[in-house]
Design a protein around this ligand. Structure first.
Ligand code: CTP
Length: 404
């Protein structure tokens, strides 16, 4: 259990933070809510107190016996501010201490994550952008706002990302100082990343398909983290079972054939291409145009042909300097066996990096965490384990090191 402060500034998106608070509480975190006075105009104190199970106060003049303006910041392991309004970003950048939340920011030495939400004009304003740059230069992770419907009928960048997305980023920052640093420094600004995710469906007839149980969580985590590190991200999404992250361009595909076409079309000018999808290796030679009927048949034999090896094709046609990353799930008796299988596959596929999973104890499909070895043509294998967001950052670190 970690001690988290959830700061809430005065924006309409404060209502979404009730859900964020629930997600943290369900994950077993100990959360203290510190709203601003204006936040309480949107969501009242009773809601925050009931959901967190703790007293809540917006200013330094309540519970003074506990010296809250210093004690809260000293004891906390992570501060998350959602929503962070333009005014809150400005006050934080200036180092002001005019309410309890800004006092907490000045006393806390732990990582800080801010999720801004405001109208597009306010987000794009030079003053706000300068404040965001100042905060990031101090190591604060400022999450890119989502693009979409704002409070009124208008839409654009400025929406608060979904609570699940904020939670994934916040927990990544809490668990990995290296990831926190990469997210604050936005080391992938100017880079283009194309990532595939999910499992393909090969049609047998108009209503049936051959598929696999890949949820798409690993590829989605890579897309989310790459975008938050500043990259322009395209996600080639095959039948995802989880929502795509905000701010990435999604190219939906169904079959391995469509996946192959989309990857080759969009990866031309990419710096990093990551094949996290699980494409079907075989597809029906001739899918039936009409629904297959069972009457009169005791069984059914399908004739299948091999699909394109998308990863091998991408590696073969990659422009100079592009880093192509593949995945391999293997069953191995030992770590050495796993590495041997991985090195053989790395050479066969021709990619620069391979993310190796030992699935002897069962597949990782649908899980929230992963345990991998990242291998390249040279150098020691890099071990990464934990949430898929943490593993995603390790993969991006390894790929970024190989780009010029
Ligand atoms: N892959 C691909 N195209 C396919 C099948 C797999 O691009 N038709 C990619 C996957 O996205 C993954 C990598 O290849 O990044 C490794 O997949 P895997 O199934 O382990 O490779 P295979 O070549 O099918 O090897 P094996 O015979 O061991 O299954």
């Amino acid at each position: 259990m970690s001690r988290i402060v959830l700061g809430v500034a005065g924006g309409i998106a404060a209502y979404k933070s009730c859900q964020l608070l629930r997600l943290f509480a369900e994950a077993g975190q100990d959360v203290t809510v510190v709203p601003t006075q204006n936040a309480l105009k949107f969501v009242g104190r009773a809601t925050w107190e009931a959901l967190s199970g703790k007293p809540v106060a917006p200013d330094v003049w309540e519970h003074t016996w506990a010296v809250p303006h210093v004690s809260i910041g000293r004891e906390v392991e992570l501060v998350v501010i959602a929503p962070a309004t333009a005014d809150l970003l400005a006050r934080a950048a200036m180092g002001r201490a005019d309410d309890l939340l800004t006092n907490v920011l000045l006393t806390a030495t732990c990582p800080v994550v801010m999720a801004p939400a405001m109208h597009t004009e306010m987000w794009n304003n030079a003053a706000t952008q300068a404040n965001v740059a100042t905060l990031r230069s101090r190591g604060i992770v400022v999450i890119e706002p989502a693009v979409g419907r704002l409070t009124g009928p208008d839409s654009g960048p400025g929406r608060l990302p979904e609570p699940e997305e904020i939670q994934s980023i916040a927990l990544t920052v809490l668990r990995s100082p290296a990831a926190a640093q990469a997210l604050a420094a936005r080391d992938l600004v100017g880079k283009k990343v194309v990532v595939s995710a999910g499992g393909t469906h090969e049609a047998l007839d108009p209503v049936r398909f051959l598929g696999n149980s890949s949820s798409g969580k690993m590829g989605v985590a890579i897309a989310r983290q790459a975008r938050q590190r500043g990259a322009a991200v395209r996600l080639v999404a095959a039948n995802l079972q989880v929502p795509a992250p905000s701010g990435v361009q999604v190219v939906p595909v169904v079959s391995t054939g469509e996946l192959a076409n989309a990857m080759s079309k969009h990866s031309d000018d990419a710096d990093i291409v990551i094949m996290a999808a699980a494409p079907a290796d075989f597809t029906p030679v001739e899918p039936s145009q009409t629904k297959l009927k069972k009457s009169g048949k005791a069984g059914l034999t399908l004739e299948l042909k091999q699909t394109t090896d998308v990863l091998a094709q991408l590696a073969e046609t990659a422009p100079t300097g592009q880093v192509v990353v593949g995945f391999a799930a293997e069953t191995a008796a030992s770590r050495d066996d796993l590495l041997d299988l991985g090195r053989a596959k790395l050479a066969r596929k021709g990619c620069q990096l391979l993310v190796l999973n030992d699935v002897t104890a069962g597949a990782v499909f649908g899980e929230d965490s992963n345990d991998v070895l990242i291998i390249g043509a040279s150098g020691e294998p890099i071990a990464a384990q934990g949430s898929k967001d943490l593993v995603a950052n390790a993969i991006l670190d390894a790929a970024a090191r190989l780009t010029s």
